[in-house]
Design a protein around this ligand. Sequence first.
Ligand code: SF4
Length: 1022
Amino acid sequence: MDKKRRALLQAGMIAGGTGAFALGYATPVSKAVNGILNGTSGVPANDRIAGNALAPEFMVDAAGTLVMAENQVVSPVQCFGCWTQCGLRARVDTASNRVLRIAGNPYHPLSNLKPPAQETPVREVYTGLAGEAGLDQRSTACARGAALAEQLQSPYRVTQILKRAGKRGEGKWQTISFEQLLQDITEGGDLFGEGHVDGLNAIRDLDTPVDTGNPEFGPKANQLLVTNAGDEGRDSFLKRFAFNSFGTRNFGHHGGYCGFGFRAGAGAVFNDLKKFAHGKPDWEHTDFVLCIGTSPAQAGNPFKRQGRQLAAGRSDGGLDYVVVAPTLPNSISRLNDGRGRWVPIKPATDDALALALIRWLMENDGINADYLAQPGPEAQAKAGQPSYSNATHLVLQAPHPEAGRFLTAADLNQGDADTLLVVDPQNGELVAQSHGRAAALWVNREVRVNNQPVRVKSALQCLRESAFAHSLDDYSARCGVPVNIIEGLGRELKRHGPNAVIDAHGGMMSGNAFYTAMAVMTLNTLLGNVNAKGGLALGAGGVAAVENGPRYHLAEFDGMVAPKGLFLSRNRFAYENSSEYQRKVAAGDAPYPSRAPWFSFSSPLLTEHLAAAFAGYPYRLKAWISHMTNPLYGISGAQAFLGEKLKDPKNLPLFIAVDGFINETTALADYIVPDTLTYESYGFTKPWSGVPQATTTARWPVVTPATPRLANGDYLGLEAFIINLGKTMGLPGYGDNAIRDHQGRLHGLHTGADFYLRAAANLAFAGTPVPDASADDLVLTNAARLMPLIDNTLAPDERRKAGFVFSRGGRFAPFESGWQGELMNKRTKESLCIWNPTIGTSIHSMTGERLSGCAALYEPRFADGSPMRAHYPEQEWPLLVTSYKSHLMSSSSIGAERLRMIHPENPVSIHRKDAERAGIQHGQAVRITTPGGSVEGIALVRDGIVEGAVAIEHGYGHTELGAREHMINGKPTPTNPRLGAGVNQNELGLMDPTRQDVANVWLDWTSGAAVRQGLPAKIEAV
Ligand code: SF4
């Protein structure tokens, strides 16, 4: 850190906080003082009370008529301030093409807890927002959502096509034409004076194996990696290109370094290892929520909605809640003292607490035995339970070669392999799971399979043995939560039963993330709350898939191809099926370990894609098209390792980024294609979870994009780039006759609107079609702006219905549709897994050990199975770093000045006693060091953090996004050092010391999720 700056900061912080406040708020404070003396911010005030605040966008006059401000409209939009992706409303000045203000979309359940029916006219809904009546229907944006429209006019935006003019990462660029971009990247050549680079035409070889010795790897076309940040509404468009037009198997997104550890564990419990279903509390009706690894009102998803639900529940309802976290979260409010409690816990030890609670519930009659005893849907229905589990199903035990799977009728020659067996508690007989009555919960006996004795145990028995492997004292010592608190939490869960919910999310990202999430989510199954009103609820999801709908087949087209072969991140594929394994076995060699982990049940992992490509295991990449991804900032330890590798084009010869900004990863690209931002683009999203009404958000360009306009009138951005790339390469699915409608007629795909307007028609006609929008709806929201385009694109009967969807900002099921009596309306029909047989029959490719199919205590460990502490002992690394999120800043919002004014940087939290031991004063500059790196920040010494932890808020410490100067055509770009303020915890990320051959950063040993919780560390004053 710059010494002058450090001294300045130290001086400020030592002054007991006032100094820090004054320093951090210097600009607003001086403006405020100026305002008091000279009017608002030195400018004469327009109004004695409102100052120079914007005049309202509309007013309701004495006659109750809604009167819009001149040249202003209020359009529904979708926020991208975080992955909640709320529906918002943008006040747009049509004359200046500017978004003036952001608030919530009143129709949208992520912004309004009880929205009006979507059929309600826009005028009526907007009128209801005015005056005192508006409080009931207030629809809000959070601070971040409200501030992010600034990004549209950001001086740091990329608005021209850039080609690197120096070495990778040097920050030197030249602008080029769209035509040159397309020629360069399709034809290839000596593009940078560094030797030949294959273009995409050469890479798209769908026939030749990428590795003839390993035919399961698939064709050479797999050497293109396509990534996006996640589904921000354009996922289906980009996947259509990657999978079905180009034909690569490799598509990645940020999940592996966001919350995949949680999703994987939740998916294992929900019996869904494909989409990794998860649930959220039915906040309106639950009595007690135990949050572990998530802090509603501070972070989590849906962030804003949960924050409001929490506040309403503790103020007006009967909600009690506990948040278990290393740091005191915003979720706890002194205003409702006694309703919410914070339980401090050591970082990365949530599994110990969850298993302690499982043990306590089992020992104290706290599990829902009536619920757990129902072995299938027939018994569940008779017993009136909201769902059922496999607690009573019988798990084959070792040494049976298929240990871990369930006993079936075929094993006993009494039926087929699909019929699972359970024990009838009345006579001890083995009966089919579907026999329709309760089954025995605790089973540990022998059966004869092929005339051989085989031990079987019920899934619940397996879980019991796993949980009872440690005492409460042992669990308590591991997690730092006193035994009496564990017992108290157990009593609360038992008391509330299925009206208690255990909630979790991204805080699970430890060196044992998957099993931690599985243990935490298993608690819900033991209470029997899944699908129950007031229990754990699956989200209702979207109203309909927009890709293949009743009007247009957008995801299917003539000539489409299907991707083939092994994912680069070695996921969804058992190592035992690989040629490598077969070769080793045939040669008589031990098949384990593999060269690097195979993540047999995970989704594709951007945490592993790049390391795999750099090592050529399983194969190398030749090109990467990245849409808004920033793994070098987001993956713990990535900048130092993957970033350095990526700087060498030999490791990945062609890197094309499509982005609105130069981020830490994009900075290493060969080409940057400017992208439209959220308010300038189309997209369709659905809530992740936590919304009981089916919801699809439809966003559309409410302002004209700032990107270059192309010859066909379209604006450059992701869609224009992909469509023109597809046309240049002659790929199927682009150009004339690329879209088939429901009557078999073909239409062209030349612009993004060609795709998304038809997606809107699909959404409008799904199920019962929506009504037509009125002219008034269209004018008030400015969806009228789209109508000429809609008229040219859609059939006459579709036009006003698409207008309806755009004027509401999506399609929303009625509020009442969320519940059905005492059940959630949207329910899982799967057997909830106390034991997941897919996991329980998997073998870890590095250690050769059979994985536990139920929750179990594993310490945070590396890929070879060795505990982290065996490498980095506590004596040398006494602290554990934990990351948390802010309610104000996200990883990409640092460019919003209004947010920086409120929250300029992220001091490093440390407990008072740890600070005393290290001789650190509040406000002092400190250095935190891990085996992977070190960062310097300012100490925030507090009691609101567990002893032994260092907590760093995510979202700061950027080195790009405007923090660093680049040269474009020899001219410097604008910069602002405040964009680089604070600390990025991910710079402390570790390499996995046990992965020598195919090196990578530390990943969760089973799921491959990035590890950012529980990094071993030490701290010192500097
Ligand atoms: S929670 Fe806030 S930042 Fe996130 S999408 Fe909603 S309004 Fe935007």
